[in-house]
Ligand binder design. Structure first.
Ligand code: AMP
Ligand code: MN
Ligand code: MN
Ligand code: MN
Length: 285
């Protein structure tokens, strides 16, 4: 499918959204309905480390006024920092990616068990079965544990749960040895997809570090950076646009939508895309 022929406006494109296959609040079918209602014509479902929601989303999109692109948001490591790499428009049966996803599933399960054990030690029982029931797949995220803490009234908000318990260095934080960035990029490429560095400004890196990350991302075969991920200011969009040009990367846009009550982003990105950077969907293979 050649998406460059669709003459899309940027407000009709959303290449970053979550469903109940990971930590989103809408099922894949509900997400498709919501996207259509929001005027999105090109959507990627990008759940954390899983493509389990893709089949249902595809079925829901058949015959509707929306194109669904295969997507995933991979957890990866760069110099001890956790980063997110989005894969787009890949072959969902591709061996390399499915094999990588199996590795990530194992890491997530191990970490979920470890977090549940910490909770058990604090006298909070049944965390693993509670969080497991929240997901279609086995991709339990910290967001699910945050919801448990809110549900059981240990915290008032999800943000507070991260700030007090689940953020780096906090009581319930468990380090996860995500695969190196290069591996995640190779899995996506080998399965015919494009790779995007998600929300580059959210990793807490200084300019020198981010420049180095982008240099290594490009050298390792990365295709694009997200210049809008749901909540960025026009200044932040400009910074990312400059990085895209500096490193000769394409631009991706998405909302990072998780549901109506989580975060502030709305489905359907609304980035003023008037900058001279090539959209990533024009190079979908
Ligand atoms: P994980 O990939 O399991 O470490 O979980 C990360 C997910 O938790 C992210 O994708 C967000 O959806 C959510 N998250 C991370 N930090 C925060 C935060 N400070 N406030 C709310 N949600 C967060
Ligand atoms: Mn998430
Ligand atoms: Mn992310
Ligand atoms: Mn995301």
């Amino acid at each position: 499918m050649n998406y460059s022929g669709m003459s899309l406006r940027q407000t009709e494109v959303d290449l970053h959204a979550h469903s109940t296959a990971s930590d989103g609040q809408l099922s894949p079918t509900q997400l498709i309905e919501k996207a259509i209602g929001s005027g999105v014509r090109l959507l990627a479902l990008t759940d954390h480390d899983t493509i389990n929601g893709l089949k249902e989303a595809r079925e829901a999109a058949v015959g509707r006024n929306i194109q669904l692109v295969s997507g995933v948001e991979l957890s990866a490591r760069w110099c001890q920092h956790s980063i997110h790499i989005i894969g787009l428009n890949f072959d969902a049966e591709g061996y390399s990616l499915t094999n990588g996803l199996a590795q990530l599933r194992q890491l997530r399960t191990q970490r979920a068990v470890a977090i549940a054990e910490k909770l058990e030690d604090l006298g909070i029982s049944g965390a693993l079965s509670w969080t497991s029931k929240q997901v279609l797949s086995t991709q339990i995220t910290r967001a699910h544990f945050a919801r448990l803490l809110v549900e059981r009234k240990y915290c008032r908000t999800i943000q507070q749960a991260f700030k007090k318990y689940l953020g780096p260095g906090k009581l319930l934080y468990v380090e996860c040895n995500w695969p190196p960035m290069k591996e995640a990029l190779d899995w996506i490429r080998a399965s015919g997809g494009c790779s995007v560095l998600a929300h580059p400004l959210r990793y807490g890196l200084d300019v020198t570090q981010l420049t180095q990350l982008l240099h290594e991302f490009k050298t390792a075969g990365g295709d694009a950076i997200e210049i809008y991920s749901g909540t960025d200011s026009s200044g932040e969009i400009m910074i990312c646009t400059r990085y895209a040009r500096q490193f000769n990367l394409k631009a991706s846009i998405g909302s990072d939508y998780h549901g109506e009550t989580q975060r502030r982003s709305r489905l359907g990105a609304t980035c003023p895309f008037s900058v001279p950077v090539q959209p990533v969907w024009e190079i979908f293979r």
